[in-house]
Write a protein that binds this ligand. Structure first.
Ligand code: KPL
Length: 294
């Protein structure tokens, strides 16, 4: 199965390394036709420097699976640009936040698409990419391909990204991750701190208020798992204590963040139900306007 990875971001590079090491037939579509070499270090210390095989957008037609490990806000522009070159190869959208499923279905209503969330983590600094976290990848088909293709894609992901699990309904896991990202990501960015520093007493009132707003919306939407958000958020703060969150990295480097698809998504979803989430609204605006906390 010919796999194409879009982009050379941190997770895209990690996927390229997995393909490279496991002999999967793959190629990367980068910004330039000549790709950057990747100097990759896995979490267990394996080092490799390699230049992934590259293809142009026009050569995408011959591929059998396209993985988009992008930022949420990059998905729609990427799909618009790739649309003329797509055949029937399934797409896997892999990112933080929610909201791209709707955008993708509006643009490509009949195209096979799966959504994925992952606990894999990587840090990219120049050509250096370091795997910083390992964990499960969870996926679900939004629109299924034919059953042979579906089996092949699922088998490939099982081999490439263990442990992984395909779900009938990804929403409870997506919302659990959204709830976690909606606390850790903006707070670490605004306060310029590592994830672990959110365990200190000064943040607990605000974290609980944010979780309460998310829980209220989840209950209104009938999404299970809203009862123990405080514990889920605390667990991830501890498990990723040494990390700088992805939003911290984007915010401190002056790059666009995923806040529109995290706190912004929560506020917009709440507004559609006649609800307001003032705590999330405040974080959304502070990140959008680049206002660090004092
Ligand atoms: O997903 C993350 C992110 O940084 O985007 C967490 C879980 C917060 C880990 O840093």
């Amino acid at each position: 199965m010919k796999v194409v990875i879009l982009g050379q971001g941190a997770i895209g590079s990690l996927l390229a390394a997995r393909c490279q090491w496991s002999g999967v037939d793959y190629a990367v579509i980068g910004r330039d036709t000549k790709l950057q070499a990747i100097h990759f270090q896995s979490i267990d210390g394996r080092l490799d420097t390699f230049t992934p095989p590259s293809i142009s957008q026009e050569q995408l037609r011959g591929s059998e699976l396209l993985i988009l490990p992008l930022k949420a806000y990059q998905i729609l522009p990427a799909l618009k640009s790739l649309k003329p070159s797509l055949s029937s190869q399934p797409l896997i959208l892999l990112h933080n936040g929610l909201g791209t499923e709707h955008e993708c279905r509006a643009l490509l209503p009949a195209h096979p698409v799966a959504l994925a969330i992952t606990r894999l983590a990587a840090l990219k600094q120049g050509i250096r990419v370091q795997e910083t976290g390992r964990g499960q990848t969870d996926l679900s088909w939004v629109q299924k391909p034919d059953s042979d293709t579906m089996m092949q894609v699922q088998q490939l992901i099982t081999n490439l990204l263990p442990p992984s699990e395909w779900h009938r309904d990804l929403r409870p896991l997506q919302w659990a991750k959204l709830a976690i990202n909606a606390v850790i990501n903006p707070l670490t960015a605004l306060h310029n701190i590592r994830n672990g520093e959110l365990a200190s007493a000064e943040f607990q009132v605000q974290i609980q208020a944010l979780n309460q707003e998310t829980a209220k919306l989840m209950q209104n939407l009938g999404i299970p798992g809203s009862d123990d958000l405080n514990n889920k958020v605390a667990e991830v703060i501890n498990a990723t204590a040494a990390n700088f969150s992805s939003m911290h990295q984007d915010f401190t480097h002056g790059r666009q963040t995923e806040v529109d698809y995290i706190n912004g998504f929560l506020v917009r979803s709440a507004a559609q139900r006649g609800m307001s989430l003032p705590q999330h609204q405040a974080l959304w605006q502070a990140i959008k306007h680049g206002r660090p906390a004092n």
